[in-house]
Design a protein around this ligand. Structure first.
Ligand code: GLA
Length: 392
């Protein structure tokens, strides 16, 4: 959408969206709709393998102020961009006709219309606290907030559990990013104080209590500021090798390889790289299940080693980390974090570390020092407990 290093505007995000609407269109909006960013506690690159994920919503959100507009036209303004976007029915007749950040808006209109819904023309003003390009799902938050606005403005009957697929379709087919279902599910279905245990095959969910504050804990989110190096191509190639491996193993998806059957499956594969990719996915699914068990038992601190093992698996087997990310994980662990791992698609983005709330400052200072020692640009930090604000 814009330069991720550009600082966000000041003031409450919902106020900014409403003020932006009034300023741009000369009247108040009909309403405001919001969706949060997310961090994934554990379960990386498992979603498109029909596996398990455990994201939670962040107290950072994207807000869309909107009103209907006649004539089958959509106009969108964002505080994060100098160029507003305007399109009509021709541009949403087929994917790919609107580019840049407007593709996320047009993609949602397209996906709704393609699913047979009657979408009203609309004016939209967008404000966001979710950093762009940091792997905290700013795209899914934008899609989900726009979707909620259009659905309400048009009186479209689309229950929450059917919205993630539609938003994912906008991203996959219109924007052209071959992502799984995790991000859109997280930003639409997460609840405050809980992590979302999602079975990506059936889309069934369980809200797992994740009450960090009561346990004296916090999650430190470190924005590595590492540029996303070849992220798109690498993501697609990881996905392709998982799909190839599933075919070779004769299963519908790697989710169908149980942890207990891993060695047997690996013995059927003849190249080492594919074996490592499979090992990551199979062990990661098991780590999600183990994490859920511990959280159900109220043993939050004990998930630390699973988080760290997940990171090692992403670094060594799935090969999606970068030096800035590994440095942040090592420094947070050395400063006493219970566990730390990269969160999101990889090749940059964020690290999350589970820390005692009163050790969070020490952990962030340790990461900053480790970065300086390696001449990396200073990282950004968000201290968080799971939260979500479905409505402004
Ligand atoms: C990105 C994608 C998700 C998921 C993660 C990796 O965030 O959008 O669908 O695949 O990467 O877990």
């Amino acid at each position: 959408m814009t330069d991720p290093a550009r600082p966000g505007p000041a003031g409450d995000v919902a106020d900014r969206a409403a003020a932006g609407f009034r300023h741009r269109y000369g009247e108040p909006p009909a309403g405001r709709w919001a969706a949060p960013g997310r961090a994934n506690l554990i379960g990386e690159h498992t979603d498109y393998n029909d596996g398990f994920v455990l994201p939670f919503a962040l107290p950072l959100r994207t807000v869309v102020a909107a009103a209907r507009q006649d004539g089958g036209r959509w106009t969108a303004w964002s505080e994060l961009s100098d160029s507003p976007v305007e399109f009509g029915v021709d541009e949403v007749a087929a994917p790919g006709r609107v580019a840049g950040w407007g593709a996320y808006v047009a993609g949602v209109v397209w996906a709704l219309r393609d699913a047979g819904h009657d979408v009203p023309g609309a004016r939209l003003a967008i404000a966001s606290d979710v950093p762009v390009g940091s792997g905290l799902s700013s795209s899914a938050a934008l899609e989900a907030a726009v979707l909620a606005a259009l659905v309400d403005l048009g009186g479209v009957d689309l229950p929450a559990e059917r919205r993630p697929r539609l938003a994912q379709r906008a991203e996959n087919a219109y924007v052209g990013a071959p992502t799984g279902i995790m991000d859109q599910s997280a930003v639409i279905r997460c609840r405050p104080g809980h992590a979302l245990f999602l079975d990506c095959r059936t889309e069934s969910v369980e809200h797992i209590p994740f009450d960090l504050a009561t346990a004296g804990l916090a999650v430190l989110v470190v924005d590595s500021r590492a540029p996303h190096r070849h992220a798109g191509g690498e993501y697609a190639s990881r996905r392709a090798s998982c799909e190839r491996a599933a075919k070779l193993l004769g299963v519908a998806a790697l989710r169908d390889v149980p942890a207990a059957g891993l060695d047997e499956a690996l013995a059927l594969l003849d190249d080492d790289e594919t074996r490592r990719r499979v090992r990551h996915v199979v062990t990661e699914n098991q780590r999600v299940l183990d994490t859920v068990e511990l959280l159900r038992a109220g043993r939050i601190r004990d998930i630390g080693p699973l988080l760290t093992a997940s990171h090692a698996s992403m670094r060594d087997d799935f090969e999606i980390t970068v030096p800035e990310i590994d440095t942040a994980v090592e420094a947070a662990l050395a400063a006493g974090a219970y566990g730390a791992r990269m969160t999101g698609g990889g090749f940059g983005g964020c690290v999350l570390a589970l820390v005692d709330a009163d050790r969070a400052d020490a952990a962030s200072a340790a990461v900053t020092t480790a970065y300086a020692a390696r001449d990396f640009p200073a990282p950004n930090f968000h201290l968080t407990t799971p939260n979500t604000h479905p409505r402004p």
